[in-house]
Design a protein around this ligand. Sequence first.
Ligand code: SF4
Length: 335
Amino acid sequence: MSEKKRMITGDRPTGRLHIGHYFGSLQNRVKMQDDYDCYILVADVQALTDNFENPEKVRKNVREVVMDYLSVGIDPKKTTIYIQSMIPEVAELTVFYSNLVTIARLERNPTVKTEIAQKKEIFGESVTYGFLGYPVSQAADITALEGSIVPVGEDQLPLIEQTREIVRKFNSIYGEILIEPEAVLSNTKRIKGLDGNEKMGKSLGNAIYLSDSEEEITKKVMSAVTDPGRIKKDDPGNPNICMVSYYHNLFSTKEEVEAVCNECKAGTRGCVACKKQLAKNIIDYLAPIREKRKYYEERPELVDKILEEGTKKARQTAKETMKKVKKVMKLDYFE
Ligand code: SF4
């Protein structure tokens, strides 16, 4: 095993990744590549928990998400990228772990509680066994691969706590063989949507995707929410309540941001010009990402190869973990 601590993270492949993912997790993962033994799982099984009627969507987005990873600089030589469903040991481990957690404990998990409330239109009044149990399968994902570090946002902390509880219980009953992972709070910002919504997402229609074309970016920026009190071009504006100004802070130089604020307040800056400048800056910022993505889009066999090799490597570790698990659980019958 490598000297470096093993980091595990992943995404549900339910759509292409956007700049919220970029600033919220991808940038951090790129930085972590040199200091940790990094694993990223494409969580297709988890995606099916709330997309079980739409397997095509999940399937299609596996490659999209991987191309997004590669385009931002996740390097398959440093980071192992793999497909969750191709590691059957994870499903097996999930079954064993399901004896170690109560339904009441899962229902109390704050992350799960919030998500169930948000997904009322999918689940109605009664949530599926699979969705309620996804923290158990997540515990299997992390421990099968012997992950010791899991970067998370604050809202995901209860999931890692759930994993730690399962690990402690397993180790106390069967023997100390599992690694208890640590959550590392990623010190990154959550990016608001173009409409001012706290969350950026496909269903909200307020996101700029890493793969968006120049025209798409311009169109989206031109529809961003500005200071509603500003009617005429020379009305003094308030950049603090304008999403264009918010995004200038992410994509423009310090001098440009200063000029936006001063001229907006003085009523000497037009919103259209302000948006055009922002669109140009976002386009320039994302240009190398788009270019790299295009390279992979034209070479789907390369993307598949990266995934296949990563999955093979991840499975080997999962097999070794499962061997140890079965031994201590007295399930090693014919060996
Ligand atoms: Fe927003 Fe710029 Fe218009 Fe001011 S000038 S309200 S910062 S778009």
